[in-house]
Design a protein around this ligand. Structure first.
Ligand code: IPM
Ligand code: MG
Length: 368
């Protein structure tokens, strides 16, 4: 029998630990009902790691992350750590994981489940059935470019971030995006600001070049500001969007909200494949640590559970169990079960742990 896959859980801060607890229920369910077992390790990241180790990511934790089959991260950050030095901030731990594991392709799907269309801030017919995938470059650009600093100058200070991309960095993320577009509806929007930024000019040029390798994919270039506008005007025109780190951060929050709740959206961040085809991977919900409701058993665990389903699909080629989990999420929502963030009139308000419980009940029904 093949060895169990190794997982590292990094629950992090705020609602991270409670949403992660619901994934454990799904893992136990898979173990009992589907004979799919994992070797699970857990460690600290973000503010939780600062409190214990004085830094948001220790070398030992990074080392573990590099050596497991996949990482599942909850959320990092919170007001408690707002004033710590930037290089050890909770967010720095997350960024170091992305950078040092070379997780350059951040996949952020935004699907609007039929049961959720009413909860969107847009008109129901604009978003019902929406299915977009944002591929955000996640190890380059303004987040990591050097120099990055604040210096004193006469009369004040001067702050610098550097937006920088190489051909190779753009190529590899575009290839992932074209490839995924080929597995979906064959349409790719490459998004930048070539009208004002040199990185945008290079981005457009490289995307066009890579496009020649994928003649069956319809490639369209779009400026990032227009893309933000089009996302709220007519989101269904998009299939896959590929864009840089900073634009991707912003546009993915925008796309997320179209679906009715940030609490519903999973993500995957992947490295390139090594010679044996193995990719390092980290899965995390798109939402943050929601410190205002942390520890109150109110959070929506579905984004994290769906992130785990993405892990099964992308890291372990287990589409069957991923389908089961996604199906159970749909059915739970169709039953009218809602956490506070997606609560609507006439629905049943449940806690985070009750949502996890309801989901395993739906899994039971689907698996008979
Ligand atoms: C995200 C978050 C992070 C980012 C923060 C927490 C550093 O907003 O994953 O979208 O900006 O990448
Ligand atoms: Mg963000």
């Amino acid at each position: 029998m093949a060895a169990n896959k190794k997982l590292l859980f990094l629950p992090g801060d705020g609602i991270g630990p409670e949403v992660m607890g619901q994934v454990r229920k799904v893992i136990d369910w898979l173990d009992n009902r589907r004979h799919v077992s994992f070797d699970l390790d857990e460690d600290l990241v973000g503010g939780a790691a600062i409190d214990t180790h004085g830094t948001s990511l220790t070398d030992a934790t990074l080392d573990k992350a590099m050596n497991v089959d996949a990482v599942l991260l909850g959320a990092v950050g919170g007001p408690k750590w707002d004033n710590v030095a930037r290089d050890i901030r909770p967010e720095a731990g997350l960024l170091t994981l992305r950078k040092d594991m070379d997780l350059f392709a951040n996949l952020r799907p935004a699907n609007c489940l039929p049961a959720m269309a009413e909860a969107s801030s847009l008109k129901e017919d604009l978003v019902s059935g929406l299915d977009i995938l944002i591929v955000r470059e996640s190890t380059g650009g303004a987040y990591f470019g050097q120099p990055k600093m604040i210096e004193d100058i006469e009369g004040g200070q001067r702050a610098v971030d550097t937006q920088v991309y190489t051909t190779a960095e753009i190529e590899r993320v575009c290839r992932v995006a074209f490839d995924l577009a080929g597995k979906r509806n064959g349409k790719l929007h490459s998004v930048e600001k070539a009208n004002v930024m040199e990185t945008g000019v290079l981005w457009r040029q490289v995307a066009t070049e890579i496009g020649k390798e994928f003649p069956e994919i319809e490639l369209e270039h779009m400026y990032a500001d227009n893309c933000a506008m089009q996302l709220v005007r007519a989101p269904k025109q998009f299939d896959v969007i590929v864009t840089d780190n900073l634009f991707g951060d912003i546009l993915s929050d925008c796309a997320a909200m179209l679906t009715g709740s940030l609490g519903m959206l999973p993500s995957a961040t992947l490295s390139g494949a090594d010679q044996s085809g193995r990719r390092r991977a980290m899965y995390e919900p798109v939402h943050g640590s929601a410190p205002d409701i942390a520890g109150e058993d109110k959070a929506n665990p579905l984004a994290t559970i769906l992130s785990f389903a993405m892990m099964l699909r992308y890291s372990f080629g287990d589409g069957d169990n991923a389908d089961l989990i996604e199906g159970a999420v749909k059915n739970t929502l169709a039953r009218g079960i809602r956490t506070g963030d997606i609560m609507q009139d006439g629905m049943e308000l449940v806690s985070c742990s009750q949502m996890g419980q309801a989901l395993t009940e739906e899994l039971d029904k689907l698996a008979v």
